[in-house]
Write a protein that binds this ligand. Structure first.
Ligand SMILES: [Fe+2]
Length: 338
């Protein structure tokens, strides 16, 4: 059972200003469309070491978590039919999710009140938003200038494990009106969730990074540091790359300007330490799993696998440092800035 902080109702958490933006705490999950869900599940569970925690067969979804939040990854089977949600609504239309690749990345918010503030700011900016209740969380979805689909969510007061148990194999999602009731200002996330390791060759602690190739870095930075409220942690004007993070200040989102290759470059899962990295490399070699990149920069040591649909999945150990630590050395793809 994770620990949840519950300050008195009506108070805002200390140190969190009132931004006209989402200002999430952290990147918490990756949601993928996959061509062959059993094959992808086997990869993320048995190779990558993520635990399968919930199935939602009605929409072809499985969820994996090592305890960081209710899911580090969701794997959604590609389909070409409408997927119907808990209230009978079209949750995912037939035109969406036809091809493997990134569905969305999910950011954890400080509270429902913070989420609703972000929602109002997005509406005021004229953005199209989708708002839903997932029982485990309430969420606002929107597209960024490159059409990346982004989710901002707030956990609900109950423990997500208990909700998964109670709703096993059920549909979870219904529409949500953020204006229907006063928003809860209390945080319900786990401050320091215990890691629950899986049984794969690799033993990651959590989903921690996503690197996105964008058409126009300046445009993306304006959006991500503006309405989204992400913090700019590093800017490499020459390499046309930036590192951003949430209010926790963790380097979690990489933006790399590549107009000819807009799309998810890679996702990153964090390992406990160098010993864990070495042990996992040995297990992967013994199992014959190919490592497609090994990376050693001032910012991190990492290796990269390719998932069944071709997505690059990086396992990394961060290195503390200052200054230009996010500038990859010569010979390393600048997209591995993170
Ligand atoms: Fe999500």
């Amino acid at each position: 059972m994770s620990v949840t902080t519950l300050p008195p109702a009506g108070t805002e958490p200390a140190g969190v200003a009132e931004p006209a933006a989402f200002a999430p705490r952290r990147l918490a999950h990756i949601n993928l469309w996959v061509r062959d869900q059993p094959k992808s599940l086997a990869f993320y569970r048995d190779v990558c070491g993520l635990r399968q925690v919930f199935d939602e067969p009605g929409i072809g979804a499985v969820f994996l978590s090592n305890g960081s939040s209710h899911h580090d990854f969701a794997l959604m089977q590609t389909m070409t039919v409408d997927r119907i949600g808990r209230a009978g609504q079209v949750q995912i239309p037939a035109s969406v999710g036809n091809h493997p690749g990134l569905n969305h990345i999910g950011f954890e918010m400080e509270s429902e009140a913070a989420l609703v503030r972000g929602y109002r700011a997005a509406r005021a900016a004229g953005l199209h938003t989708r708002t839903v209740d997932h029982i485990i969380s309430r969420s606002v979805y929107l597209h960024d200038p490159d059409r990346y689909y982004l989710e901002f969510y707030t956990d609900v007061p109950q423990d997500w494990r208990e909700i998964y148990q109670r709703h096993e194999n059920e549909l979870l999602t219904t529409p949500w009106d953020p204006e229907a009731a006063p928003a809860d200002p209390r945080p319900h996330y786990s401050v320091d969730p215990p890691v629950e390791y899986g049984n794969g060759h690799v033993r990651p602690m959590r989903t921690a990074r996503a690197v996105l190739c964008v058409a126009d870095l300046d445009r993306s930075l304006a959006f991500h540091t503006g309405l989204l409220g992400l913090r700019l942690l590093h800017l490499d004007p020459a390499g046309r790359a930036a590192v951003l993070g949430g209010t926790l200040g963790l380097p979690q989102v990489g933006l790399v300007e590549r107009p000819d290759a807009v799309g998810l470059h890679h996702v990153g899962l964090e390992l406990a330490d160098d010993a864990e990295l070495e042990a996992a490399l040995a297990r992967l070699a013994a199992a014959g799993v190919p490592v497609v990149h090994e990376i050693d920069t001032p910012a991190h040591r990492a290796y990269v696998l390719r998932d069944p649909d071709g997505l690059l999945v990086e396992f990394f150990v961060p290195r503390a440092g200052v200054g230009d630590r996010f500038t990859p050395p010569a010979g390393v793809d600048p997209a591995f800035v993170l």
